[in-house]
Each structure stands twice: as C-alpha cells, then as structure tokens.
Design a binder for this molecule. Structure first.
Ligand code: BG6
Length: 491
C-alpha cells in the first residue's frame, strides 16, 4: 500500500455545500488525496443547512468535484476513497445546543482539529462562541477564515475581536488565496535567494513597479455582494496590497510566519495616504459598460442580473501608490485591477533605471530599459528583458531587445501547478502560518483603503465608464502617461 504522508486531521467545514467549498475547497482536498497528502486517518465533517444525508451530500460533492477537476486529473477510484472520509450533518450554525454532535464525531477520531468557516464573515463570531460553549475546541484547534474580514477597519476589528474572544492569534489562519499561488510564493525565492536582485531592489536601480490583476469575467451572479464591496475592497485591500508587500518588503531574518508578516506590516505602515489633493493624479475608478468578452457581447455592470441602476460602485481601480521609506522613496507602484478587461492576467513588472552613462548609438536610446516581468497567471513564469548586441557583421554595435525566459511549465517538465487552495489547505494541516494574514496586516490594509475610500466619497466623482473588453477608463492610461510612462501592454 502506498503511504500517505500528511498529518492526521479532523476537518470540520462550516458551509460545506456553499459555492466556495464546492468550487474550490473540495476539489483542492481531492487533489491532496491524489497527491497522497491526506493522512489515512484524516476525516472531514461537512456541515450545511441542506437536508440531505451523508450519501446525498457525497453525491453532490462528487458531481461538483467532477465539474471542477480537469478530466485527465479525475480518478474515480481515488474520488470514491476520498468521499469515504466525508460525513455530513444538516446543521443550524446558530443553534448552540446543536453543537453536541460535533463532539461525538470528534471522539471517534483523534487528529488535530481544523475548523474551516466557509461562511459569510458575519457568522464567524457566532460559530466561534458556539464552538467554545459546546466544548468543541481547545488551544490547539486551528481556525480558517476567508476574506472579506469586514467592510472597513472598524467592522474588521469587530470580527477579529469576536474571534479573539475564543482563539489566540496563532490559531487563526486568515486566507488570502493569492498567497497560495505558486508564483506569488516564488517572489520570496526570487528576491531573497538571488543576490543579483537583492542588491538592485531599491530606488537606486528601480524606476517604477507595475502590478496588474485583470479579469475578463464580470460579476458572475455576485452582484449583491460585489456592489457593497467594489473593486477596492474586493481586490486591492487584500490581494493587490499583499502583492505590493511581497515586492516591497525588506528581507525577513528567516522564513517564519512572524518574520515575514512583520516586514509586510512595515510596508503597509509606510504607504502614503492618497489625500484629497492627490485624487486627480493618483486614483482612477471605473465601471464597465456593455461591450465584448471573448468575442461575445456582454452587458454593462448596471445591466447585470439584480443590478441597481443607480449604483456607483467601481469595477476597476488604477492607482499610484508610494511607499515612504528609504528603499522606495520616489518609486511609484502603479496598480490596476478590474473586471471585464480583455483577458485574465496577473503580472508584476519591475522597471529598472537606465544605465548611468549611455555609450551606444543615440537613435537606439529609446530601447527599453531592463524589466523583470513576473507572470502570476496564466503561463506562470518570469522573463528578464535585457539588451544584447544584435548578431551579424553588418550590425556593428546595434542593440537588440530580448527576454531571458523562465516558463515554469517548461522548466519543471510540465509538472502540474497546484491550485492556491491546495497549498493553503496543506499548510494549514501542517500548522504553518506564513501564508496567512495576521490581524495587524488586515487592519493596516484597511486603514489605508478606508482613507482612500473616504476621500473619494468626499470628492463625489462617479466612476468613469469603460467598455467591457478594454483596459479600463482612458484616465488610467493618462495617469501613468503623465509621469512619462505606459502600462506594459500598451507599449
Ligand atoms: C476573489 C474576489 O477574492 O478573487 C473575486 O472576491 C475575484 O472578485 C477573485 O474574481 C480572483 O481570483 P483569481 O484567483 O481568479 O485571480
């Protein structure tokens, strides 16, 4: 028999038949099963309100796993084995007395207890309290919660306080799924394992940084949630600021969770507020109108199902962030993210400064400076754009621009790149917190985002319209052009 190498766990999942659990969590657990990373004794208790029995729940999970796992990665025998680990309870999360059966289920097991709250954040506090009253958790229980942690700093504090009444910070695993992406993790290796970059990584050598997280999809039936959040709260407060922190942070003294998180917090604290007088030059909000996506006509944001026609929620944000410290003084970080853009693309571009003294043909001076392009998705990889001599006797010292490419799928023999949730679940099982967000990170991120939002509310400007299938409002291009630069795709 092939050995499973994971740690033995009892995983209780609240909201187990909800969208996140079915679309992401169970397919990820199935993949861990395929990779033999679930210990033989690991068990899963799925909790939800649907009145089905364990068999019915397993059937539902099986069909969603089949839907979300690639056909060539589906092994019916492994799937059947995986489902045997799953028990189901129809459960009212608010019923204190109803928590007793969780203890009975626990008594039959004995692994580390992990509680995954795949529920709306408004339920975290109540579930935590009921777990405590029901005697269902102890000091070694690990608790996993999803974003959004609140709607602003104040509401995030309420949620974090409720969790803190029951659990210590070292028991809490706050998910930002971007931290589980292969290339995002690779940022740490790239920066701190390569002295070549370490010495160049500052305002002496870098002119500016671009971070783009573009999606071609629209709101995907989530209008109710999204309209209250908007792109700033949904994407910038968490994913984009996390990427910015990983690019901008100082080297941690080691790879421990707190060493890394301490450095990220320093970056968040050093972010310059985008005050009223900077609104025009540092921030662009957009909202998509009808257009095309993948060659098909698509409706505008205000014409989506359930839409409130007067909404001024932004589906696109471009901003210029500045970090007030020695390393980054004078280096803008241009960030943009939006829905219904031409493609799904997440990438970071580090633009290096030109050589201090230019000795080549002056008509070649326009050739681009060195750039490091880090592709987070799709086609994960990196490319370093350099200038070399063009080949041939007739070329003299003509320069040529070209990439040093590292495409992960080729470099690692097309090995499968695990989904972010697989990695995150695996780290939770090992009890490693370094890919999870600490309370102070959430709060400093909110502090910065809150002031931006409150300034734009005072400013009272509506978001600028952009047609679906374009790169956002023209104002976002103007924002970067004003500084004599351009977004990478526009070059
Ligand atoms: C989620 C946001 O956190 O991230 C969604 O709520 C967004 O609005 C999604 O679509 C993007 O994640 P990914 O992994 O597809 O880039």
């Amino acid at each position: 028999m092939v050995q499973q190498i994971g740690t033995r766990c009892d995983l209780i999942m609240f909201g187990a038949l909800g969208d996140l659990a079915q679309r992401k969590l169970f397919p990820a657990l199935y993949q861990l099963e395929c990779a033999r990373l679930l210990a033989r004794e690991t068990r899963i208790l799925a909790l939800a309100r649907s009145e089905v029995d364990t068999d019915g729940a397993r059937k539902r999970l099986a069909s969603r796993i089949r839907q979300h796992v690639r056909e060539d990665e589906l092994d019916e025998e492994v799937l059947a084995g995986f489902l045997e680990r799953v028990d189901y309870l129809c459960f009212d999360f608010g019923d204190e007395a109803g928590y007793a059966p969780l203890n009975e289920w626990r008594r039959r097991g004995g692994g580390e207890l992990i509680v995954y709250m795949a529920t709306p954040p408004s339920l975290y506090g109540m579930i935590a309290r009921n777990l405590k009253t029901g005697g269902c958790c102890n000091e070694s229980t690990r608790v996993v919660v999803e974003k959004p942690i609140g709607h602003d700093l104040e509401s995030s504090r309420v949620i974090n306080d409720q969790l803190a009444e029951v659990f210590n910070e070292n028991q809490l695993f706050r998910i930002d799924h971007y931290l589980g992406k292969e290339t995002v993790q690779n940022l740490i290796a790239l920066r701190f394992a390569n002295n070549l970059f370490a010495t160049q990584w500052n305002q002496n050598h870098i002119s500016h940084v671009e971070i783009t997280v573009a999606e071609s999809v629209g709101i995907e039936g989530r209008w109710g949630y999204f309209d209250k959040a908007g792109q700033m709260r949904d994407m910038i407060q968490n994913h984009l600021l996390q990427l910015l922190c990983l690019i901008a942070m100082d080297p941690p003294s080691d790879l421990s969770a707190d060493s890394i998180r301490d450095e990220k917090v320093k970056v968040l604290k050093a972010l310059r507020p985008i005050t009223q007088d900077l609104m025009e030059t540092h921030l662009v909000r957009g909202q998509y109108t009808a257009g095309t996506s993948d060659g098909k006509p698509v409706p505008g944001y205000l014409e989506e199902e359930d839409a409130y026609k007067g909404s001024s929620t932004e589906t696109f944000v471009a901003l210029k962030a500045e970090i007030h410290n020695w390393r980054w003084s004078g280096v803008p970080f241009y960030i943009r993210t939006g829905k219904r853009l031409p493609e799904k693309l997440s990438q970071i571009i580090i633009h290096f400064k030109p050589a201090p003294h230019y000795i080549f043909d002056p008509d070649q001076k326009h050739l681009a400076n060195n750039k490091l392009i880090i592709r987070l998705q799709p086609d994960e990889g990196m490319s370093l754009q350099i200038l070399t001599k063009d080949q041939g006797l007739d070329k003299g010292m003509r320069l040529r621009q070209g990439p040093l490419e590292l495409t992960f799928s080729e470099a690692f023999n097309a090995q499968r790149i695990p989904d972010a949730y697989e990695r995150l679940l695996w780290e939770i099982m090992k009890g490693n917190q370094y890919l999870f967000v600490r309370r102070d990170e959430v709060e400093y991120a909110w502090r910065w985002v809150d002031q931006v939002i409150s300034n734009w509310e005072d400013h009272a400007a509506s978001p600028k319209r952009y047609a679906s299938g374009t790169w956002g409002p023209v104002a976002s291009i103007a924002m970067i052009t004003r500084d004599g630069r351009s977004w990478y795709e526009d070059v």
